[in-house]
Design a protein around this ligand. Structure first.
Ligand SMILES: [Zn+2]
Length: 256
């Protein structure tokens, strides 16, 4: 691989803010002997010995590697979602990597994955309403504000959010049938998701695959859901809000 790279022509040059996409296409290991030297295509630092060159790292090379990672790519998408939510134009990668928000979004991308942030657009909206800068987004304070805002949703919004959450669970758990998503994540995770309002009873109790899963459980497993999904209590709510159920069914039909 390295032999092959040696034959490629890589023009060593100093990266400036405007040409990151060119740099992205170059191989980091593609340093060429130029006048008997190996030069980093990102910062221009030159080495006489290839071994020393291969050990070289610099911030620009790190950014290149970060932007080729899933976290980096997600960070870039999140950055543009944020720009959009502020009615500002979409930016390209070269602007993002030199932006003062680069690190914040890179951290936030990893944070969002760690805490299973299912509703990123909503999260950004809450942050904007609170005028919280992206540097503060990967924090308990931000998450608490987001959780509180979720608690204020209307039943139909809860159904919409649950659909988003379910789609994400489905993507991450490779199973054949929808009801198996529930089987795969297990009772306690489902209960937790109900408690934090990522999966709402408004959704679960009208979603056929959940009924299939629920019916497959032993009695004592069903009892785990007792307080949260009390059939009597929910039966009353459903009877009082037939329009929510109709709209919910339509939304599920459309989205899932
Ligand atoms: Zn370098």
């Amino acid at each position: 691989m390295r032999e092959k790279n040696k034959k490629e022509i890589v023009t060593p040059k100093v990266v400036d803010a405007g040409d990151f996409s060119d740099i992205q296409r170059q191989s980091v290991e593609g340093g060429q002997p130029v006048f008997g030297k190996f030069e980093c295509p990102f910062c221009g630092k030159a080495y006489a010995r290839e071994a020393a060159f291969l050990r070289h790292t610099c911030r620009k090379k790190e950014i290149h590697e970060e932007m080729n990672s899933l976290a980096g790519k997600t960070a870039f998408i999140l950055y543009n979602k944020w720009m959009q939510s502020n009615h500002r134009p979409q930016q390209d990668v070269s602007v993002f990597v030199t932006s003062r928000y680069y690190k914040s979004f890179f951290d936030f991308s990893e944070y969002a994955k760690r805490v299973h942030l299912y509703h990123v657009d909503f999260f950004i909206k809450v942050m904007n309403n609170l005028r919280l800068e992206p540097s503060s987004w990967s924090s308990e304070l931000a998450y608490a504000a987001y959780s509180d805002a979720i608690k204020e949703l209307s039943p139909l919004q809860e159904i919409g959010f649950s659909i988003e959450c379910f789609k994400s669970l489905k993507r991450n758990n490779h199973v054949e049938s929808d009801w198996q998503v529930f089987e795969k994540i297990g009772i306690f995770r489902i209960i937790h998701l109900i408690e934090v309002k990522h999966l709402s009873p408004w959704f679960l109790l009208i979603f056929e695959p959940f009924s299939i899963f629920y019916d497959s459980l032993e009695d004592e497993q069903q009892e785990e859901f007792g307080m949260i999904l009390d059939p009597k209590e929910w039966g009353i709510r459903f009877a009082e809000n037939p329009e929510v159920l109709d709209a919910g069914h339509a939304l599920i039909e459309k989205e899932l």
